[in-house]
Each structure stands twice: as C-alpha cells, then as structure tokens.
Design a protein around this ligand. Structure first.
Ligand code: NAD
Ligand code: ZN
Ligand code: ZN
Length: 432
C-alpha cells in the first residue's frame, strides 16, 4: 500500500495506463450479495477502557450491583458474549508517534463485513509515512496496518465465501466486486473500498479487525502455508502488478529495477515467473544489492556515484541498448528521472513508487523512442494466482521476512523497521 490517497496522486493514478488485468475473469470473483437484514447479534461495547465501569450495559441484563466489582471489563464481557470488549491495537496518536493501546472490539457494520482475529501482521513503509504525517486521509486515533493473516471470528449474514474458523489472508485493498472500477479490475479504486484499511478505517495491527466486503477482500490461506503468507497482502501483488505486469516483462527481455526495498525485491522475484534474460537491480545500499543478487538479480548497480555513472554501467551491461522494462520502486524524483534514462527503444517504464512531489519528464529524449510509462495503485487482482504459486512452492512468501516480533513488541518492531539500513530489515513478521 502506499500514499496514493492524496487527491493529486489519486487523480494521477486514475488517469494512468494500468494494463494487463483486463483479461482476468472478474465474473469468477463477483459474488452476489443478498441484502438481508443484518443478523448481527453483537452486543454494544461497554467502554473504550478496560479499567472503567461500563457506561452502556449489555441488553437483557438487569443491572446487578455485583457487576460493579468487575474491574476487568474484558473478562466480564467475554463471559457474557464470547467476545472481549476491548483489544490491543497499534494506534497512530500524533505526528511522529504510534502507541499500543486498548481499543474497543470492532463490530460488524454491514452484512457483507467479517471480523477477523489476527494471527500475523506486518509493517509497511506506508505506515512509516503515516507516522510522519504524510498521509492526510489517515488521522490520529486510527489503528494502523493493511496487511494480515487471521481466523474468521464472525461473518456477516451476506458473507457467502467464508465462515467462522476459516484461515484467511487479508488483502490491503477492499473490493466490493460490483462497482464500475471493480468490474474493470481496478479494485484499488473501488467506490466503497480501495485502500481503506489502516487509512480511512481501522486496520490490521490489532488483535481483531473489521473487513468490509469480506467475500472479495479475503482469500483462503492455502493448506500448509504459514503466517509468512502475509507478504501477499501487499508487497508481492504490488511488485507483480505495478512493476512486472505493467512493465510487460517477457521471456528473453532485459529488466532494470530501481530500488531494492521489499517492493523492488518482490518485483525481482515475480519477474522471474516470466523468464527475462537479464535483471539488473539498482540501489545505493550495498546490503540490499547483495540480497538482490541472492534473490536472482543477474547484475547489480550501486547508483550512489550519480546518474551518469549509473546509466553508463547499465548501458555497458546491455550492449548499449538499455532495458526493455524499467521498474521504478523508490518514489523520489531522482529515481523516476534515472529510470527514464535506462529505457531501451520500445521499452516500458513501470512506476511503482509513491511520489509526494512532481518529477521531470525528459520528453525531448524520449519522444522518438516508442516508450510507454505506466502508473498504478496495486489492485491485488493477482492474489489468487500468487496463492497458487505459494501452494505449488514456486513462491516462498517468507523470503522477504528478516525479523520476527510478538505483537506486544510492535512498537519495537516499528523502530527496527524504520532503521532498516542499520538492522538489515526487509519485512518484519508480527505474531499474536
Ligand atoms: N503503487 C503502489 O500501489 C505501491 C504499493 C506499495 C508500495 N509502493 C511504493 O513502492 C516504493 C517502494 O516500497 P518499499 O517498501 O520497497 O520502500 P523502501 O523504502 O523499503 O525501499 C526503497 C529502496 O530504495 C532505495 N533508494 C532510496 N533512494 C534511492 C535512490 N536515489 N537511488 C536508488 N535507490 C534508492 C533504498 O535504499 C531502499 O532499498 C515506495 O515508494 C512505496 O510507497 C507503491
Ligand atoms: Zn503497504
Ligand atoms: Zn468496488
């Protein structure tokens, strides 16, 4: 997920040239929702704090003075309904700060919702952007996180594909599967979904989360797959859809990937499904370039000596032609500008990075080169295919996980994740 929710970026993405998904059988994903009256039987939460005397008592209970001795509301509520009243969650509190807090349990808000009990979650670079205050749509008080694996705790009455107890992968993109954009394969622009989790609605860095449009926003976890499949919530579909598919990586082609972070590395791994002849990874961090080599990059280029040097190295490696596909996986003007200079005649520049400002387009150099430039907000339409690759053991979802934490240590996980260069961090797996 990313920051592409500012109005300007959304507009930019809306007019983008997202390609490669129109042939997906959307009809197979469409699930007719019966608009039944919610059979939701959940009891209203008692209080936002586990230490307070509940102000709203569960219905059909006469107030009993003995209840006032229940200081542990969580236990009290749990005894009555099987649901705890509150849960632990990582909250964006103010610019520069997140904290682990006690928050009310989420409730079904629509018959198409499901409540998921998280078993694994992770942190995305986008969560760090939110913490910095870069994402205007995400306001203080929000539970962060848009990636997760868990168990269906409660399914709304119109949810037909999942039931209580099912082990599921949560997509970072929520999709109704019915609106104009969903039917065109652009789930990211779903009129009642898209990137909502951990942004405009509470997210997955919590013990429980409410997932809207559960039928098309959750996926069954394949038999035998573990919690590391959480890397399929965002990172792998992003590298594949925005980078590899939009960039038209094909057998025998030459590929440059600028940025060897989790997203660039996911693009590197999924590019190999299409047998390119040569993949060149560029970054300024030698540790990440070494990881890229391990993950199948044929060549690596350290571009810290400047654009000219990097372009020369890539041209030398490609017989002076440049690359058929250039995947930009950083999101700063310098890398978008560098990417243009690495393109071969007829090449495609697939922008993946989230850009907070404008970047130069060298149209004077590119106009006659028959190139294409694409942008895309991840749609997660490839998630079912990626899950099949996991099942077939052709994709190892844990490859990008370098650190593991218990959920209670999530604040420490944020520190380790944000000091990636110091700790050699790629993805952190947070287990409940
Ligand atoms: N389009 C989408 O839907 C989508 C989804 C998820 C993430 N993203 C975006 O993808 C980008 C990559 O995500 P990530 O999690 O891998 O980020 P990251 O910050 O972990 O990795 C970025 C990498 O780029 C390298 N880098 C930084 N400046 C560089 C430069 N000038 N030249 C070369 N390398 C440089 C860093 O060393 C790092 O290895 C981000 O912009 C993220 O927001 C987009
Ligand atoms: Zn993300
Ligand atoms: Zn939709």
């Amino acid at each position: 997920m990313n920051l592409a929710t500012t109005t300007s970026t959304r507009l930019c993405l809306a007019i983008s040239t997202a390609a490669g998904v129109s042939s997906l059988p959307l009809s197979s994903l469409y699930t007719a929702s019966r608009l039944l009256t919610s059979a939701c039987s959940s009891v209203r939460p008692l209080s936002t704090s586990s230490r307070q005397q509940p102000t709203t008592r569960p219905y059909n209970l006469k107030y009993n003075s003995k209840l006032s001795s229940f200081h542990n509301t969580k236990h009290f509520y749990s005894t009555l309904t099987g649901n705890p009243a509150t849960m632990k969650a990582l909250v964006y509190t103010q610019t520069g700060q997140v904290s682990l807090q006690e928050k009310p349990m989420p409730k079904l808000a629509s018959p198409t919702d499901a409540i998921i009990k998280l078993t694994q979650t992770t942190i995305c670079g986008t969560d760090l952007h939110i913490r910095k205050g870069d994402v205007a749509t995400c306001t203080p008080g929000r539970i962060l996180g848009h990636e997760g694996v868990g168990i269906v705790h409660e399914a709304g009455s119109s949810v037909t594909q999942f039931k209580k107890g099912d082990k599921v992968l949560i997509s970072c993109i929520s999709s109704c599967a019915k609106c104009e954009y969903c039917r065109r394969g652009m789930y990211s622009h779903c009129t009642t979904g898209g990137w909502a989790l951990g942004n405009t609605i509470d997210g997955t860095q919590a013990e429980y989360v409410r997932i809207p449009h559960a039928d098309c926003s959750l996926y069954p976890v394949p038999e035998g797959a573990g919690g590391e499949v959480v890397t399929l919530s965002d990172i792998f579909p992003t590298g594949l859809e925005c980078g590899v598919i939009n960039g038209k990586v094909s057998p025998g082609s030459t590929v440059a990937i600028v940025g060897a972070g989790p997203v660039g590395l996911a693009a590197l791994i999924t590019a190999q499904f299409y047998s390119p002849a040569q993949v060149i990874m560029l970054d300024m961090d030698p540790k990440r370039l070494a990881v890229a080599k391990e993950f199948g990059a044929h060549d690596t280029v350290d571009n810290s000596k400047g654009v000219e040097d990097a372009v020369k190295q890539v041209m030398d490696l490609t017989g002076g032609k440049g690359c058929d596909t250039v995947i930009e996986a950083v999101g700063v003007p310098a890398t978008f500008e560098l990417s243009q200079k690495l393109l071969a005649v007829g090449g495609t520049l697939a922008n993946v990075g989230v850009h907070g400002g404008k970047a130069d387009l060298y149209l004077d150099e590119l106009w006659a080169k028959n190139v294409s430039i694409t942008t895309r907000l991840v749609d997660t339409v490839t998630t079912p295919m990626l899950l099949k690759m996991v099942e077939a053991k052709k994709l190892l979802p844990g490859k990008l996980i370098t650190h593991k934490f218990k959920f209670q240590e999530i604040e420490k996980a944020y520190e380790t994740f944000s000091a990636a260069q110091e700790h050699g961090t790629l993805k952190v797996l947070i287990e409940m």
